[in-house]
Write a protein that binds this ligand. Structure first.
Ligand code: UD1
Length: 402
């Protein structure tokens, strides 16, 4: 799909293909793709199919951050691509809004469906809400209570302008009602990201193949694969060179006890290069630095790992679903169920604390856990059931109702 030029009217073939009143689904950044995949499928194939179309804002655009996911997850080619690319928060959010508005005017969707907490989520939500298009938020109500996180601002604001809110864990309802959201709008449906994980687990690429593919040596120990997976991309961890250097020192130390496989996010690659830390990490024999990997590769890496160290939200949930110990390199989590019931331990960025939990996992196997309620692969179906009934009720309701 050729990205839409700013101000360019929607092409007639696009307009013709999209049914009037369709649900306009939005994706923008990598973690949105695995959430939208089961929703698009369920909307099209459920007992009461809901007409839907897909828009990509273009927030993430590199092949490794986008294409691999669309192909592997069977996500249909977006009907519209806004092609916004990168920028500061203000520039990126404003540019998405500017390019999205004429699309909403042309399509007049029946509703807007957004997922997660990225800039694309709030930008499109805000445009739709001001045009009277109902907003549906999937993964509503998660709270880190840390307003220094850009995602927390996006979450709180998106929930405030949403008409239907679908939640992944019980804490979310309490957060939303505390913020004055009408409980009748909140539906606990489970976790669409885990729908995708369960659907694709059998096709996950074995870790050894991924490492070989990138020319990194295998990590097979006498008792099977023996490695930790690391990802880092939160601005609070990577944008400040002092914090990043501290984390690199901790990773180096960990890699002397267990090999560390590190697929590097573009934000982090830039930060490592600016701080001159990329060469240092590359020279460490126990660290395998990889570019961003596809979904099936990441799933295989996580499923075969002794532990995962991360600051990603989604990976905290995926490791809980897989039963793999997770060390979260952040001061807080908006996904408390992964700590209360799952395999997650939130450790912050202190080197000693990180190393203590790594050593505990190496000696005892680490924290066990159970899969949270409704993380059963059926979340998207529940969403579609609620959505179909809600749309039918809206059509029958007087103007301004529901
Ligand atoms: C965004 C989300 C974050 C999510 C993450 C997953 C917001 C506020 N943040 O953060 O919640 O966890 O995606 O990856 O929406 N870049 C590329 N190629 C790309 C995309 C980005 O090189 O395809 C580089 C650019 O230098 C860009 C930087 O990565 O400036 C950051 O991208 P951006 O979309 O602004 O934020 P993320 O850190 O990816």
């Amino acid at each position: 799909m050729i990205p839409q030029e700013p101000g360019e009217p929607l092409r007639p073939d696009v307009l013709e293909r999209i049914p009037h009143g369709a649900v306009l689904c939005v994706v923008g950044a990598r973690p949105n793709f695995m959430k939208i995949a089961p929703i698009m499928e369920a909307l099209g194939t459920g007992p009461a199919p809901v007409p839907a179309c897909l828009l990509h804002t273009g927030q993430h655009y590199d092949a490794g951050m986008k294409e691999a996911f669309f192909t592997q997850l069977g996500i249909p080619e977006p009907d519209v691509d806004l092609g916004v690319g990168s920028g500061s928060h203000a520039v990126q959010t404003a540019e998405i809004m500017r390019r999205f508005e004429p699309v909403v005017d042309a399509l007049r969707p029946g509703a807007l469906l957004v997922v997660g907490d990225v800039n694309s989520t709030i930008a499109c939500g805000l445009v739709a809400a001001k045009k009277g298009v109902p907003v549906i938020h999937v993964e509503a109500g998660l709270r880190s209570f840390d307003r220094a996180m850009p995602e927390e601002v996006n979450r709180v604001l998106t929930d405030q302008i949403s008409d239907l809110l679908f939640t992944t864990e019980a804490s979310a309802r309490a957060n939303l009602t505390r913020e004055g959201i009408d409980p009748a709008r909140i539906h606990f449906v489970g976790n669409v990201m885990i729908d995708t994980l369960r659907r694709h687990l059998e096709r996950a690429v074995p870790a050894a193949d991924t490492l070989e593919g990138w020319g990194a040596p295998g990590l097979d120990g006498a008792r099977g694969p023996h490695y930790a997976v690391l990802t880092l991309h939160r601005p609070s961890n990577v944008d400040d060179s002092g914090t990043l250097e501290r984390l690199v020192a901790a990773v180096t130390e960990i890699s002397r006890e267990i090999p560390v496989v590190f697929p590097v996010h573009p934000r982090t690659a830039g930060a490592l290069a600016r701080a001159g830390l990329d060469r240092r990490l590359g020279a460490e024999p126990g660290v395998r630095v990889l570019p961003p990997v596809g979904y099936l590769e990441m799933l295989g890496l996580m499923a075969g790992a002794r532990m995962v160290l991360t600051d990603s939200g989604g990976m905290q949930e995926e490791t809980t679903a897989l039963g793999i110990p997770c060390i979260t390199i952040r001061e807080n989590t908006e996904r408390p169920i992964t700590v209360e019931e799952g395999t997650n331990t939130v450790v912050g960025t202190d080197r000693e604390r990180i190393l203590a939990v790594v050593r505990d996992i190496l000696s005892t196997g680490g924290k066990g856990g159970r899969v949270p309620q409704l993380w059963d692969g059926r979340a998207a179906h529940r969403i579609c059931e609620v959505l179909a009934a809600w749309m039918t009720a809206r059509r029958g309701a007087p103007a301004g109702g529901l």
